[in-house]
Design a binder for this molecule. Structure first.
Ligand code: MOS
Length: 770
């Protein structure tokens, strides 16, 4: 059993009562898999009209009397001590209300770290924040300026003079590798996997490839930079935040400031993109501290540069993948080892080595990853953590092996596609990876690909096609709760402290609740994004939809029980047990005799009630104890490479996804396409430029850090198998992160097919192709 499973089993007793029997291992599938009315449709986002009209209020837009604006001064060394801090000019500058430094900042505890077993925390590192003169990374905040306007704050920030006693800092990856450490576990999996004598099998195999793949540091660039509007009222802390973890942020801030959990209120109804970055970083903590010190509300809006200095990035990786096969292409050994950076104070794992454990039925495995500890800002989670860089290495290696074998790359995957978990032997809950390949191959026209590289030409352009597998595990967070309230009119109102960062959370759960409760869509509302609502874990790990779905399902079961109790004997439903009724037509009806029906409004009216509320909870994800549960995809790319400049132009991208049932075709297509565009950026342009002499990030603007722009993005086709997963709520698995995985490998493989050049180092810039 993995550590995740151990952790879950440990928590099972507390929540077992809330686990719907249908999702216990071996249980029957969710009935809504086949009874769908609103689900599966093309519902537009419920938050769309407000966003288009500008009525949706983001964290930096919340109006507040007497606001002060914050600007940050960042350290320019990676390690050492502040020797002298001259804030006199800043303090005297126009509009400045306060300069906060370690000398006057309130006492604060270190942030409790986020974790799979600590869903009520949100911290990404465990360092003290502005409590002493120590500098621990290049970019750490050394002073916070608070002024009447943002411009005044920014100006005053330029007037702060800092002298440092610098110490030798560890900032070089190559040097750090020598003293790398090997953690026991990655995320919650055991790190080292040594199964079936892989090193011997590799040495003896007929056909093998063995190469090192590297991926660079990447930084987050959501359209909305991090922001918070913060105020203290009567000893309580109120934070209007841009976060994908309202409860985690509230819980952490309570610990940091020594408050009761209920004394911190975090609201975040809209988030302009998260991707893993919108957790708790120093800016909210410093903003809250400054608001406490001044007694005035504070607005923190990070500039792009401050974001790159304060919000971690995805670590660079160096991954060796060695694959051995027999002459028929059957994998004999899969070796995957490598390095990433994870400072000791950093919480986030980049589990690239988890990728190759689930996809292919290799006879043996030798897998382990190591971390380099550097004096850098803590890492962040970034869409598809682990699998995004991991698939680049594994899936390029598979392409190299196919070429070495003289075999079609899809055929090689077909021969090796795992029919069960290749390590644990657990059966898949549902898996149709090769059907995704078939769908995608037909759509892109894979038969036009030439096996021999460099054979297709159009003037200076060399044309090629490539493919790669994407993958991401299923999970569901225990403890996620929703409240369903039926009002006197018989309408349903769903509420949970869940998150909307662009993916359509409320939209899809509204579809779900409508179908679950037998109501038309316009009689269901969904409220999310506020820590005063029932607990929900983070919007992360592609887990939120399944977690909320499980909670709504559990709540609906309780609702039926309560309604039957309330209905009493003077009802067409009299004498029926809760298990003998179902939701339909705005009420309950007998399963046996559908003519026996009473509406919610009628039941509440007869009982003289204005409303009825129940809370349901997503229990422990016991299904993952018994089943191997992963979403998979087949990514295809057709592109051209100039033989004059080395420039790559991507002509087409196709993503075929096997993620269980798709709940909303429109929002799902957006998720997949958005993920694939992030993958495109990773493949072609994204690269954080870190000055290894100083540990300073140089690429702190969108002019220096290149995300794909409109003209970089080709036509993208997304397809899905839509085969229900009988072991998940609604038959669906997560879709938020898988889109990014596999894309960079598909592009690199297409570049090889076009040119015969194998680039193993991302991004695929033209200097590597000339
Ligand atoms: Mo995701 S990296 O769990 O937001």
């Amino acid at each position: 059993m993995t550590r995740l499973q151990n952790a879950i089993v440990g928590g099972v007793r507390a929540v077992l009562g809330h686990v719907p029997a249908s999702w216990l291992p071996g249980g029957t599938p969710d009935p809504l898999i086949d009874k769908r009315v609103a689900l599966g449709g093309q519902q537009s986002r419920v938050d769309g009209p407000d966003k288009v009209r500008g009525a949706a209020r983001f964290a930096a837009e919340v109006p507040m009397e007497g606001l002060l604006y914050a600007a940050f001064v960042h350290s320019t060394i990676a390690r050492g001590k502040i020797a002298e801090l001259d804030i006199s000019a800043a303090q005297a500058a126009p509009g400045v209300a306060l300069v906060m430094t370690y000398q006057n900042a309130p006492r604060m505890s270190v942030p409790p770290p986020i974790g799979m077993t600590n869903l009520k925390a949100a911290g990404n590192h465990t360092l003290p924040i502005m409590q002493d003169a120590e500098i621990r990374w290049n970019g750490q905040v050394v002073a916070v300026i608070l002024a009447e306007t943002r411009e005044q704050a920014d100006h005053a920030a330029t007037l702060v003079r800092v002298r440092y006693d610098a110490m030798a800092a560890r900032t070089r990856f190559e040097e750090g590798k020598a003293s790398a450490y090997t953690p026991e576990s990655i995320l919650v999996e055991r790190n080292r996997l040594d199964k079936g004598d892989a090193r011997r099998k590799f040495a003896e195999a007929a056909c093998k490839v063995d190469a090192v793949y590297t991926t660079p540091w990447e930084n987050h660039n959501p359209i909305e930079p991090h922001a918070a509007t913060i105020v203290w009222r009567e000893g309580k802390l109120i934070v209007h935040d841009a976060t994908q973890m309202v409860h985690g942020t509230a819980g952490s801030l309570a610990k940091i400031f020594g408050l009761k959990a209920g004394d911190v209120h975090v609201s975040s109804p809209y988030v302009g993109g998260g991707f893993g970055a919108k957790g708790l970083w120093d800016h909210q903590i410093l903003g809250a501290a400054a608001a406490k010190l001044t007694g005035r509300p504070v607005r923190v809006t990070l500039s792009r540069a401050s974001m790159h200095r304060l919000v971690g990035g995805r670590t660079q990786t160096e991954q060796r993948v060695a694959l051995a096969a027999d002459a028929d292409g059957k994998l004999k050994a899969l070796l995957h080892q490598g390095y990433g950076v994870k400072p000791q104070h950093s919480v986030c794992d980049e589990g690239f080595s988890l990728t190759g454990r689930s996809l292919y039925a290799s006879e043996s495995f030798d897998i382990v990853q190591h971390y380099v500890d550097l004096d850098l800002l803590a890492n962040s989670f970034m869409r598809g953590p682990g699998e995004t860089p991991g698939t680049f290495a594994i899936e390029c290696a598979m392409d190299e092996l196919a070429h070495a074998l003289g075999m079609d790359p899809i055929e090689l995957r077909r021969i090796n596609a795992a029919s069960r978990d290749p390590v644990s032997g657990a059966p898949h809950s549902q898996n149709a990876m090769m059907e995704a390949y078939d769908l995608g191959a037909a759509r892109i026209g894979w038969d036009r690909r030439t096996a021999e590289p460099g054979m297709r030409r159009d003037g200076e352009w060399l044309i090629g096609m490539g493919c790669a597998t994407g993958t991401f595990p299923f999970t569901r967070m225990p403890g996620t709760s929703v409240r369903i309230t039926i009002d006197a009119a018989g309408d349903a109102h769903v509420a949970s402290a869940a998150h909307e960062m662009g993916m359509g959370t409320a939209t899809v759960q509204r579809q779900h609740a409508a179908d679950r409760l037998g109501l038309p869509l316009d009689r269901v509302t969904v409220t999310i994004g506020d820590s005063s609502l029932p607990f929900a874990s983070f919007a992360g790990g592609s887990s939120q939809t399944a977690s909320l779905a499980a909670a709504i399902s559990a709540a609906s079961g309780k609702l039926a029980v309560q309604l039957m109790r309330m209905a009493g004997n003077d009802t067409p439903l009299a004498g029926l047990k809760p298990g003998e009724v179902e939701f339909a037509d705005g009420g309950l009806r007998s399963v046996e005799d559908p003519a026996r029906h009473e509406s919610f409004a009628s039941i509440l009216g007869r009982a003289g009630r204005h409303e009825l509320s129940v809370v349901g909870e997503s229990g422990a994800p016991l299904e993952i104890l018994k089943y191997a549960m992963h979403s998979t995809s087949a990514i295809f790319c057709e592109l051209r490479v100039s033989n004059v400049t080395g420039e790559i132009r991507v002509d087409r991208l196709v993503g075929a996804f096997d993620c269980g049932r798709i709940l909303n075709a429109k929002t799902a297509a957006s998720q997949f396409k958005g993920g694939m565009i992030m993958g495109l950026g990773m493949a072609l342009t994204e690269e954080t430029l870190l000055d290894e002499r100083t540990g300073r990030i140089m690429s702190t603007s969108l002019a220096d850090y290149h995300v794909p722009v409109h003209l970089d993005v080709p036509d993208i086709d997304v397809l899905w198998t839509d085969i229900p997963d009988p072991r998940t709520p609604l038959g669906a698995r997560g879709i938020g992160e898988i889109g990014t995985t596999g894309v960079a490998a598909a592009l690199a493989n297409a570049v090889f097919n076009a040119t015969g050049k194998r680039v193993r180092d991302l991004p695929l810039t033209l200097d590597k192709l000339i």
